[in-house]
Design a protein around this ligand. Structure first.
Ligand SMILES: Nc1ncnc2c1ncn2[C@@H]1O[C@H](COP(=O)(O)OP(=O)(O)OP(=O)(O)O)[C@@H](O)[C@H]1O
Ligand SMILES: [Mg+2]
Length: 353
């Protein structure tokens, strides 16, 4: 069953369309991320699921039930905000118990539930600390415990690690991931950090200007982006123009190449997307085995990155950027040197604009 379902959901603020006709089904227990640049509508989508905003059009269901205009506290969801929103005068235990006490849950019962939530985020040693006596990462855990305490079916997380430095952020990413498998509830996670989305999610929805452009698992999003925006937003990529003849043969400059999918019928040109690390370089006329695309080129530029070199290679179809690991026996190529550029057909994706 779908934990969360959006059907043709649109949100307008006056004349501005913040969320544009989104269809989305998030499965029970899934770690789902909404990824996109600032202002693309991620928070607005999350706030509609939470009940802080209502769709201008479309339908929203949680746990198979259409929720209409139910307020946030009548929905089986809870939200973790970026700024934690902890009460400064309450200690950890009181912060986590607060919501339950407001719902008139008996004190003993609230205390037990809070202790359980606090254990799940490994804060049992710090029950009596106030927020200003905690590190950023510990405050984040209190915010998590507080959202988990009334056992929501869906946890909504809006850039929850945004305020943490890189090291702590990576630590919390892996903790969040294990927490997700422990508690077994659905996570809807908002981030503009592509690496965070790729490493943590079961599936990712990429958004731009209010539209949901592609929903797929991380491997497919990275290796088979369907649209130019998705390809360009996530990681580095070569976007090159190819030509298509009447029989559907794709050419890059003078060279016929094979791609992951056939060119759209009737098109005369296509955008080919090719990741720098999926391209191989060998010396001129040295061919690699297998059904590879192999074209000649000339090294135009080499840049040292410590763990790798990046090369710009000029081909008859344009310049390709190539990334190669610095393993001990890897050949280093020099500017001006003729080379053979190779890649597997599956690595060249044809994009819709
Ligand atoms: N209450 C509001 N009134 C008018 N416009 C709004 C309102 N809330 C959001 N917007 C606009 O809707 C668009 C989407 O905002 P949203 O907060 O959903 O973006 P976001 O993807 O979460 O961005 P960020 O990564 O910066 O948090 C923005 O252009 C924003 O200015
Ligand atoms: Mg936001």
């Amino acid at each position: 069953m779908a934990a969360v379902e959006l059907e043709a959901v649109t949100k307008r603020f006056d004349n501005f369309v913040a969320v544009d006709n989104i269809d989305l089904e998030i499965s029970d227990g899934e770690f789902f991320s909404l990824l996109g640049p600032s202002g693309c509508g991620k928070t607005t989508t999350l706030r509609m699921i939470a009940g802080f905003e209502f769709p201008t059009a479309g339908r929203l269901s949680i746990g198979g039930r259409e929720i209409g205009l139910d307020p946030p506290n009548k929905r089986p969801v809870n939200t973790v905000f970026q700024n934690y929103a902890l009460f400064p005068h309450m200690n950890v235990l009181e912060n986590v118990m607060f919501g339950l006490l407001m719902q008139k849950v008996p004190k003993d019962q609230a205390r037990d539930a809070a202790a359980k939530a606090i254990n799940s985020v490994k804060l049992e040693a710090l029950l009596n600390r106030k927020p200003n006596q905690l590190s950023g990462g510990q405050q984040q855990r209190v915010a998590l415990a507080r959202a988990l305490v009334n056992e929501p079916k869906v946890l909504l997380l809006d850039e929850p690690l945004g305020a943490l430095d890189l090291k702590l952020r990576q630590e919390m990413q892996s903790e969040l991931k294990s927490l997700h498998s422990e508690v077994g509830i659905t996570f809807v996670y908002v981030t503009h950090d592509q690496e965070e989305a790729l490493t943590m999610s079961d599936r990712i929805g990429v958004m731009s200007e209010g539209k949901l452009l592609q929903v797929d698992d991380p491997t497919r999003i990275y290796e088979h982006p369907a649209k130019r925006f998705v390809a360009d937003f996530i990681g580095e990529i070569n976007l090159i123009e190819g030509s298509v003849d009447s029989s559907g043969t794709v050419r890059l400059g003078d060279e016929v190449i094979a791609c992951a999918s056939p060119a759209p019928s009737g098109s005369q040109s296509v955008t080919i997307a090719l990741r720098p690390e999926s391209i191989d370089l060998t010396v001129e006329n040295e061919r690699i085995g297998g059904a590879m695309n192999q074209i000649p080129g000339i090294v135009a530029r080499r840049t040292y990155f410590g763990d790798s070199h990046s090369y710009d290679i000029e081909t008859s179809g344009g310049t390709l950027s190539i990334r190669r690991d610095n393993r001990p026996l890897n050949t280093i190529f020099d500017p001006g040197q003729p080379v053979t550029v190779s890649w597997h057909p599956d690595a060249s994706n044809l994009l819709e604009d």
